[in-house]
Design a protein around this ligand. Sequence first.
Ligand code: FE
Length: 231
Amino acid sequence: MLVLMSTTRRGFLTAAGVTAAQNMAHAQDHDHDHQAVPSDPALRTKALESLLVEKGLVDPAALDALIDTFEHKVGPRNGARVVARAWVDPAYKQRLLADAPAAIAELGYTSGQGEHMLVVENGPKVHNLVVCTLCSCYPWPVLGLPPVWYKSAPYRSRAVIDPRGVLHEFGTQLAEDCEVHVWDSTAELRYLVLPERPAGTANLTEEELAALVTRDAIIGVAKVPPPGEKA
Ligand code: FE
C-alpha cells in the first residue's frame, strides 16, 4: 500500500531511482537477496488494493488518509512526546536510555514492532542515524509506518556507505568533529534517536517542545529545528 504514497523527498528518490537501476543490474550477477524491484508482498498488496477500489469496497482517498494518519500524525507524534518528556525530565531520560520499551510504555505507547528498542542520544560530538539495511524494520509504536524513502534500496545502502552524504541530501549539516553512528535495525532490535534539544527552547512547555520534534529527527536524518524555523 505504501508504494502509493507520495514523498516530500523527490530529489532524493530521483537520485535513488538511478542507483536502484544500478543495483538491479548488479543483482543479476549473483543470487543473494537484493530488493531492487517491489517485493512480492508489495505487489500482492497493490493488486489487492486495486481490486478493492475497482469493486467500490474501498475509497482510495480514505485509505490514503488512514496511511497518512499513521505515517505523519499518530506515529511520529508518539515519538515526539517521548523525546519532549526526555528533554524536560532527566529521570525519565535515564529510564528511557536504560530500558526504552518500559519508558515508552509509561506514556501508553505499546504495540507490536517495538517490543525491543534502544534509544541513542545525539549530542554535539555524536549524531545517530537509523536504517534497516535488510528491509524496513522501524519502531511502529513511536513512529508509525516507515516513510517510502526509508524502505528504498538506495537509502538502505547509502546510509551505511556514505551517511554524511545522505544527511547532506536531507539538508543536515554536521560539524567536522561530529561522529556519525549508523544503527542497523532488525526485527529483534529497533532504534529511536533522541535528538538534541534546539537552542531557544528553555521557556517552552513539554507540549510545545513535542510539536517541534519531527519524524526525520527521530530517525536521525535531520535535527530538530529551533522554534520558528521550518523543518
Ligand atoms: Fe527490516
